[in-house]
Design a protein around this ligand. Structure first.
Ligand SMILES: CC(=O)N[C@H]1[C@@H](OP(=O)(O)OP(=O)(O)OC[C@H]2O[C@@H](n3ccc(=O)[nH]c3=O)[C@H](O)[C@@H]2O)O[C@H](CO)[C@@H](O)[C@@H]1O[C@H](C)C(=O)N[C@@H](C)C(=O)N[C@H](CCC(=O)O)C(=O)O
Ligand SMILES: Nc1ncnc2c1ncn2[C@@H]1O[C@H](COP(=O)(O)OP(=O)(O)OP(=O)(O)O)[C@@H](O)[C@H]1O
Ligand SMILES: N[C@H](CCC[C@H](N)C(=O)O)C(=O)O
Ligand SMILES: [Mg+2]
Length: 485
């Protein structure tokens, strides 16, 4: 592809370079292949501009950045926002996209909403996919992912591939990092979803306002002008998101207890726990719908309603969408019931931030006639401020707490545990996560419920620079099997 086509008509490219052939894109000098266009991005740890010589040595034919180096050996294109230029170039280089794309943001629930929206579409007969924390799920392939919103090159490569495979409907997760770093600016988003906002990523965003502003970018700048904005209306920040979507002229669909049931939105008029399901009374355009949601946890109602709104907002029939909610399956490791001992259910959940932990424990309270027990830790090299908050939440909402390890990364695991234990009064400390799970399961009695929080779908324990194979699912299975033996 020619450099001009990739960067668009507005880019200030010297005439001789405009017709240069580019055979690939790279944002990391270590991954440059001959013929690539290298984007020099200023990052959180270093500046890509320092690696221009390395990129050129590896075969980069041109470089894009926000300040030209002295004496570049290849054409250098100066742009005001290299990250956004990269996203737009990636969308041109990998041009195919499903016709219907929904993006969801919010502190918690993104993975669940992406999975639910994909399932609803699938049930209505569309070839559907989702991309996010648990990777790509599409009719042809499932690929494990590492970021919630991949970098633009990886994202558009995947979107292009699935579109060519025949996928017409895509739901994907827009993380605050992804939005702040313009990773999804090249995606043609027909509808945006918003779940909620609580403490997260305070190691990256300087303030909560900055964090919320990153999320609101989805509605201010990315959803197509004629698109829908499906917004959970039950939170303090909901009004800010709704206002931003209205200012933009988007079709606002407010969902939840405060949803717009008389109009375009979905109102939750009632919810009752029925075993491991919930009976919902919903209202949309003034009509009532009774739905049996086969999921545990009040928060899953919010996720289901945002998903239903995204499907309706992109053209699906409301009655069919509500009927399809009765078949939803939770995303892997999201309040997933993975076994039981002495009649006590055992759940694996991905709560690794304060609000999610509180919500998960509250969701399980109805299943614990006797003791509600939680096993959890906190990740290393991540917001240290959340550790004592999570300790306090566990102590307050559970009857038994075991503090263990969850991806200590470069930090001392015992220091992370100590920060949690400082507020988790009466908690036990068992660093080895498999052992913590074994002990918790060993102690379960009839009437108890166990929550193993923090790792959800993960398949490794990151200790130092190493990823040791580990899964909560396998640890539970091993603990249960050792009981039988
Ligand atoms: C903090 C953060 O978001 N970092 C992301 C960011 O990296 P960065 O630009 O800050 O990286 P940097 O190390 O400062 O380097 C600057 C530039 O120099 C380049 N470089 C660097 C070294 C070299 O030898 N040559 C070279 O060219 C780098 O490739 C980069 O382009 O841009 C990169 C490309 O898009 C991302 O891979 C990287 O994600 C890192 C791996 C990461 O861990 N991100 C996490 C925190 C993240 O994004 N999480 C969110 C939210 C999770 C959730 O809540 O679900 C997610 O979307 O997953
Ligand atoms: N709507 C919600 N409100 C509050 N908590 C929720 C909600 N949905 C999910 N959770 C909690 O957050 C955890 C993660 O859910 P999910 O993976 O769907 O969210 P996410 O936004 O993708 O999270 P992450 O940013 O970590 O990938 C769940 O395991 C549950 O504990
Ligand atoms: N996307 C999140 C996941 C955290 C999961 C938890 N198990 C941890 O490692 O802290 C992050 O990378 O911060
Ligand atoms: Mg996610």
């Amino acid at each position: 592809m020619k450099l001009r086509e990739l960067l668009g008509n507005d880019a200030a490219i010297e005439p001789a370079a405009a017709a240069l052939d580019v055979s690939g894109l790279a944002l990391d000098s270590r991954q440059v292949r001959p013929g690539d266009l290298f984007f020099a991005l200023a990052g959180s740890k270093t500046d890509g501009a320092r690696f221009i010589d390395a990129a050129v040595a590896a075969g980069a034919v041109a470089v894009v950045g926000d300040h030209a180096p002295d004496g570049s050996k290849v054409p250098f294109v100066t742009v005001a926002n290299p990250r956004r230029a990269l996203a737009l170039a990636a969308a041109r280089f990998f041009p195919a996209q499903p016709a219907t794309i929904a993006a969801v943001t919010g502190t918690s629930g993104k993975t669940s909403v992406a999975a639910f929206t994909r399932q609803i579409w699938e049930r209505l007969g569309h070839a559907s996919a989702s991309i996010g924390t648990i990777g790509l799920v599409s009719p042809k392939r499932t690929v494990y992912g590492s970021l919630t919103t991949p970098d633009p090159i990886a994202l558009h490569r995947q979107i292009d591939e699935i579109a060519r495979d025949g996928v017409t409907h895509l739901a994907f997760e827009a993380s605050s990092h992804g939005l702040d770093q313009y990773r999804l600016d090249g995606v043609r988003v027909c509808a945006g979803g918003f779940t909620n906002l609580s403490r997260d990523h305070m190691d990256y965003h300087p303030t909560v306002a900055h964090y919320l502003a990153a999320k609101i970018r989805l509605f201010r700048e990315l959803v197509a002008p004629d698109g829908a904005a499906v917004i959970s209306a039950d939170h303090d920040c909901s009004v800010d998101v709704i206002d931003a979507a209205k200012v933009r002229g988007l079709r606002v669909m407010a969902v939840g207890r405060n949803g717009d049931g008389a109009g375009e939105g979905i109102r939750l008029a009632g919810a009752e726990v029925e075993g491991f399901s919930q009976a919902l009374a919903l209202e949309h355009r003034g009509k009532r719908y009774a739905v049996r949601l086969p999921l545990v946890g009040e928060f899953q109602i919010e996720n289901a309603l945002v998903s239903a709104g995204l499907a309706i907002g992109t053209g699906s029939d409301a009655a069919n969408v509500f009927a399809s909610l009765e078949h939803l399956e939770g995303a892997k490791g999201r309040l997933e019931r993975v076994g039981e001992r002495n009649g006590a259910p055992i759940f694996v959940d991905y709560a690794h931030k304060p609000d999610a932990l509180a919500k998960a424990l509250q969701a399980l309270r109805p299943y614990a006639r006797r003791r509600l027990v939680v096993v959890f830790g906190a990740g290393g090299d991540r917001d240290a401020g959340k550790r004592p908050i999570m300790g306090g939440i566990a102590a307050e909402n559970a009857d038994g707490v075991i503090v263990t390890d969850d991806n200590p990364r470069s930090e001392k695991p015992e220091a992370i545990r100590a920060a949690i234990l400082a507020t988790a009064k009466g908690a036990r400390e068992i660093g080895d996560r498999a052992e913590a799970i074994r002990v918790a399961i060993e102690d379960l009695q009839e009437g108890d419920a166990l929550l193993i929080a923090g790792k959800g779908h993960e398949t490794g324990q990151i200790v130092g620079g190493e990823i040791l194979p580990f899964s909560d699912h396998e640890a539970v299975a091993a603990a249960l099997a050792s009981r039988v033996a």
